[in-house]
Ligand binder design. Structure first.
Ligand code: SF4
Length: 223
């Protein structure tokens, strides 16, 4: 069985099927770019301030519910009619007043409608894993969404700079059937031959030019 990470549905899977195939089947990862530590620090502090709180009390634009856990791992059973399963780390699990749950992904980013489409599969994958957990009891998830925060105003006062991060809420529709269709597509991709590379990707252009220059006599360079 292949382990699939929900966060890779938003980026790697969309960017290049070959890179995705190599990562999942052979553990070959594209080189990582450095990630500025300030984003992790902001993310941890902002998310940490939510734990144990009712979202609605923190901001009137957020849905009601108490944040029960943060950055937990969840793993699913084998997805129906495939040889894949989901394993990943969600951002926030929120218990709603009716005792059903809400899964939130937390983003420090500019809000836009495109984000809803971009993160739909990621959140739907967490939804599947919570409803079909590899261990423990299933949770009834009735809502998915993004809390998006982006720095707004800056004030200097008494030697301190304060930046405001007004939260925004973007709800994501639950689409169980289309997620299962998507999972079947991923299964088919992984069971088939290596797909084509993305012709616009600079990593592969670099790789091919580098190979030509350094191994000009070798014509059958494998992936
Ligand atoms: S084109 Fe090559 S390096 Fe770029 S994403 Fe695809 S396989 Fe990876």
């Amino acid at each position: 069985m292949y382990k699939l990470s929900p966060s890779e549905f938003a980026y790697l899977y969309e960017e290049c099927k070959l890179c995705y195939f190599l990562k999942i089947k052979q553990g070959i990862e594209r080189p990582k770019s450095p990630f500025p530590g300030v984003f992790s620090a902001l993310n941890t502090r902002l998310q940490g301030a939510l734990i144990g709180n009712d979202l609605r009390k923190l901001s009137s634009v957020l849905p009601e519910g108490t944040v029960e856990s943060q950055e937990g791992f969840i793993e699913s059973q084998q997805v129906t009619n495939t040889n894949v399963y989901i394993k990943g780390k969600y951002d926030l699990l929120v218990r709603q007043p009716d005792n059903t749950y809400l899964i939130v992904d937390f983003k420090i980013s500019q809000p836009s409608e495109e984000k809803i489409a971009k993160y739909q599969r990621q959140l739907q994958a967490y939804h599947y894993a919570f409803e079909h957990p590899a261990r423990g009891e299933a949770k009834n998830i009735t809502k998915l969404g993004l809390i998006i925060m982006y720095p707004d105003q800056v004030k200097f006062n008494d030697g301190q700079a304060s930046i405001t991060f007004p939260p925004q809420w973007m709800e994501i529709d639950i689409k169980k059937d289309s997620f299962l269709e998507f999972m079947k597509g991923v299964h088919t991709l992984l069971e088939g031959p290596p797909p084509s590379e993305n012709p616009n990707c600079r990593w592969c252009k670099y790789r091919h030019i580098g190979e030509k220059l350094t191994h000009p006599q070798q014509t059958d360079i494998p992936f």
